[in-house]
Design a protein around this ligand. Sequence first.
Ligand code: MIG
Length: 823
Amino acid sequence: MEENIPPIEPIPESPAVKLIEEEEEIFQHVNNPVLGLKPIVKKYLGTPNSVIQKGNKFFFSDGEATVEATVVTDEIIRIRMAPHSVFLEEFSYAVPKLESKVSVFNLYDDELEYRISTSTVNCHISKKDFFISFSDSQNHVTSADAVPMHWEENVQFGGYYVFGTKVCHPEEAFFGLGDKPTDLNLRGKRFVNWNTDAYSFAWNQDPIYRSIPFYISLNEGIAHGIFFDNTFKAHFDFGAEDRGKTSFWADGGELQYYYIHGPNMMDVVKRYHLLTGTHPMPPLWALGYHQCRWSYYPESKVMKVAKGFRENQIPCDGIYLDIDYMDGYRCFTWNRKYFPDPKKMIKELAADGFKTVVIIDPGIRVDDNYWVFKEGKEKRYFCRRCDDYFMEGHVWPGRCQFPDFTNPEVREWWGTLFDELVQLGVAGVWNDMNEPAVFGAGTFPDDVRHQYDGFRGSHRKAHNIYGMQMVRATYEGMRKLMKNKRPFTITRAGYSGVQRYTSVWTGDNVASWEHLRLGNVQCQRLSMSGIPFCGTDIGGFSGEPDGELFTRWIQMGTFSPFMRAHSAGDTKEREPWSFGEPYTSINRKFIELRYRLIPYLYSTFWEHHRYGFPILRPVVMQEQDEINNQARQDEFTYGDKILVCPVMEPGQTSRKVYLPKGNWYYYWDNEMVEGAREVEVATPLETIPIFVKAGSVIPEYPVMQYVGEKEIEEVKLNVYYSDIAANSFFFEDYGETFAYEQDIYSEKKFVVSGKPTSMTIQQTMEGLYTPRYENYHFSVAGLPFKPTKIIADGKEITDFMYYSEQQVLEFRFTKNFKHIEVL
Ligand code: MIG
């Protein structure tokens, strides 16, 4: 200590010493008492005083901090902030390519503000206080800062906590954020994004498995989106702490967000997909019913379950092997006692129409006699702590190390590990525990290092994208190994953009009515958050459903984009026939309905893949002007034609269902009902409320026990009369390759329009695929007149049936028709 005390002797005055003293005012010497060091406080942007333009980027500075505004499209503007004007290198797992798709934009500079304007959006930067706001071309402000962007230095890790705060309006509603298990409208709540293994999660529990930092605001009928692309632990507050403020902040990284213009919620979602991509077309079989359990073993049990489906004549396409198929839970191995000949078993299953899906977790057992561990160790592919120790943690296999999926070389390697599984005939892979989950500790410590595609980072930065990169490696590897056949993948953890690689399920739910309601909201929310192919564990993972709950869940699951029953191992058997009658028959009826509607679901998938529409659509997305819809979270549409309202209460014999504007047909008897109101619908166990929008054409396949069981001989088109012209789409292709990327598909558009005494159906076609069947079987419901004549492409069809009691007209005609008139 002694040496550090400053000299007491007076220093003689001299010009040289004077100079040093002056410098001392500027520089702190280590051995000087630290004076004048400012405490760490939040710092706010000052006043902007300059702007520089570089192409579609504008840089605004207050002399110290810089804000970058990038014009991405006419409707999307990205904002970034650098506290000391040094931006991080541009890289995002969510947005693989940020292409600017806008030609005309201008910068205006007046006394009050800088303004960047595209043809639809203005981004205002206030000269007084650096507030950033957005308005539409009618100068209606859609989003405005309530506080300038701010930050706080992080001494321990470097970098900053970064904060953005927007004005929150009294009536503003908020949607999105992925799988949050809470009401659809997020208003008044606060959330954290930090992927978490949340066994038996509860209503309002946060965080859970996924991090989707994207929300949609709806205020006075006008929507916009904010995508806060930051992978660190991130927080959102929708008027919880202060009713007048919406804030988002993160523990590191950059304050970087995309403002996504509406005004329709649907446009916001589509534009979010423009940034983060859509789901590829799934293999057609994956739209069927899947049966899972932890675990079906040994082989004889798997075969018995499979046989049970065929004996009970309940359709099923997918059967799952949970962790017990492996040897000591070592990934890419088999327990030979339970599964002596997996190739033979998978082949037998395939011969009976079942696809086998196997689970693969990220933890690799530390075991020098285990080839995967040996390879990973030799190639230095496992994650390490800050001091270079390996990241070790306990999961199912025991002591494990974990591949660094943020390293492209590791992803490549991981992809090759599926070679044997693919050779054995495995069609799909289920990635679990990839939050990542670690027993005891929960997850990795913050100091674990990640390669992060060359951009380096600790686990603080990589945690939320770890699972997504794992399933990406899985998907890409499978795709190569399957020689361009579409792989099926499912993941538990994810981040924005994960939809480019996989389906998801909502994790370890509970066999309760509350969880049925929760699952309904979660699937709708995931759909609005850019994750279309989602579903719940039908029946509830933990706990015991009774027959009624299970059947109600099957009924809801029929209209989940992804339909799989799953259960924990300590529960009773949970197959669709496990509860006896009347449940088995009702379950069968709904699973059959699932299969009949596969061409409709597949077409809806195409609309998602190609145009960015979600598959499930909450009613607030259909009618965002109707304020009451903000609170409606029971009913939703499946595609845009079929409105479904699951029954989510025990013993319920009827319930209220809201029908948006327009005319609807009650699915079960074709009765026409006017919308824009609530209707009371009977809900005996055999049905749930299902309505079809007037003017729809719903394609239907015959019931099959599995996709591809029979050659399709004709496609039924259920046509619903409307006096207002309506469009429908019908997409078909081979259902298992990527040929659709080379236009080998058929996309048909139907237009139905009716008058008091006639109705027309028109068809236009696009694409290079020709299905093998020749004819459509038309079934027209709701004609307000008695049909006497049908003219199809100029010729009269005399062979038709009209069932006047049901008001259904039936006839057949070629699939290549252009114009049909019913008189
Ligand atoms: O620690 O693989 O969410 O679906 O059956 C539990 C066993 C690990 C959690 C998954 C669940 C799966 C289970 N897994």
